[in-house]
Design a protein around this ligand. Structure first.
Ligand SMILES: [Zn+2]
Length: 418
């Protein structure tokens, strides 16, 4: 059985960079030759394929959003002229939009790295609760699971009752789907008179397509003995990143080149800063360069103790439209949530104002726990604030108790641009 935790995942960063450079240059060369849209775009920009020697030059091509992809496909059906018309395509997936996606073929270890890292292996029986109808999800996750040797139960969109019966009858050991659906199955099992942790053998879950809330993760792991993992991807480009046993950030897949960019300009941000996740999947069928996912994240550069050398994404901080830019750095509502979660007993709101042509970031804090010592709290808050949000807080204001309601907007942008 081929393992996907292979030499590629532990090669040096220089080796990876060199190979990515080669692959990107080759993909541009092929794309220019075979895709009418790539040729048209590059001709329009006055670029030749040889102008893109590697990943660094990719920034000269525009970012393509999902909306733009839908438009391109409406103009040039079915694939927006981004495909190689001569390619043999095994399947075509359809996602809402509509977006038509040629399946990239069986040589690509799509999702297998994520399942491997989550510990799925030969002998596992896994229910795949994603839809197999039209969309890529069901079949591509299925493929990833079989590549690591697992037996797949294609339970798809079956009812919770049927799924619980399958878990029981087939001795299911693993789950893939959304976190909320797994919780629905656990609740259904209990309604049907089962004790999920005692009566069943499901001990491993790999989630994708929905954020995993820390509180829910804790329940799965502590109450029900289920080891949980996350994967991240987009239907247009397949798998992008996955969590390893360290459960601290998601390693970038070896088949994608990922940039974190300023969503307005498309220019890469500094390492560690928040920006939009832009993905190019290395392949020779569908020449979708620089797909803008609309998701916000940042890169973790520190090496991971697991031994994989690929950089990690620091989860998803939200959607591009939800974030605000403060002194050139993006801050997302979810970051404020993460920050507040590290300080029990406070309510927090960030205020962004413009004074003398400068952005001023004020943290309004309601110390609901009156035992908190302000002198100890303040330096720790400022330090963790910068760790979580990258940008520095200018002012911290302690508000009247109860002045920040639970449903308050956590990011208040009062700047007016005239
Ligand atoms: Zn790792």
């Amino acid at each position: 059985m081929k393992t996907y935790y292979d030499e590629q995942e532990t090669r040096s960063r220089d080796e990876r960079e060199e190979s990515m450079n080669r692959d990107i240059a080759e993909m541009v060369r092929l794309g220019y030759e075979r895709s009418s849209t790539v040729k048209k775009t590059m001709d329009g920009l006055g670029m030749k394929p040889s102008d893109i020697q590697g990943t660094r030059d990719l920034v000269n091509l525009p970012v393509i959003s999902r909306e733009q992809l839908v438009e391109l496909q409406a103009i040039t059906p079915p694939f927006g002229g981004l495909d190689d018309p001569g390619a043999e395509i095994e399947r075509i997936f359809i996602s809402p939009g509509p977006v038509y996606e040629p399946h990239l073929g069986s040589h690509d270890p799509l999702w297998a790295r994520g399942y491997q890292a989550a510990g799925f292996t030969k002998g596992d029986v896994v229910i795949n609760t994603f839809s197999y109808h039209m969309v890529a999800a069901g079949l591509t996750f299925h493929g990833g699971l079989t590549r690591v040797g697992a037996t797949v139960v294609p339970s798809g969109a079956s009812s919770t009752q049927q799924q619980v019966q399958l878990i029981r009858d087939l001795g299911v050991t693993g789950y893939t789907g959304t976190p909320s659906f797994l919780m629905a199955l656990i609740e259904k099992a209990s309604e049907m008179g089962h004790d999920f942790a005692k009566d069943f053998t499901l001990r491993r879950a790999s989630f994708v397509a929905e954020p995993l809330q820390p509180s829910l993760r804790k329940r799965f792991e502590e109450e029900f003995g289920i080891d949980t993992y996350q994967m991240y991807g987009a239907t247009e480009v397949g798998d992008i990143a996955y969590e390893c046993g360290e459960k601290s950030g998601w390693h970038l897949c070896e088949e994608v080149f990922v940039e974190i960019v300023d969503p307005v300009t498309g220019t890469p941000v500094q390492p560690g800063e928040l920006g939009e996740v832009v993905v190019t999947r290395l392949n020779s069928i569908f020449f979708l360069f620089r797909f803008g996912t609309g998701d916000l994240s940042r890169i973790i550069e520190e090496p991971c103790p697991c031994g994989r050398t690929a950089l990690r994404l620091d989860g998803i901080a939200g959607r591009v439209g939800d974030a605000v830019k403060v002194r050139g750095l993006f801050v997302a509502p979810s970051q404020v949530g993460n920050l507040a979660a590290q300080f029990p007993g406070i309510a927090l709101q960030l205020l962004i104002e413009r004074q003398a042509h400068r952005d001023i970031l004020t943290a309004r804090i309601d110390l609901r726990d009156t035992m908190i010592d302000r002198g100890e709290f303040l330096p720790r808050f400022e330090r963790i604030f910068q760790e979580v949000c990258t940008v520095k807080v200018d002012k911290v204001v302690f508000t009247e108790p109860g002045s920040i309601p639970d449903d308050a907007k956590v990011l208040q942008d009062t700047r007016e641009w005239k």
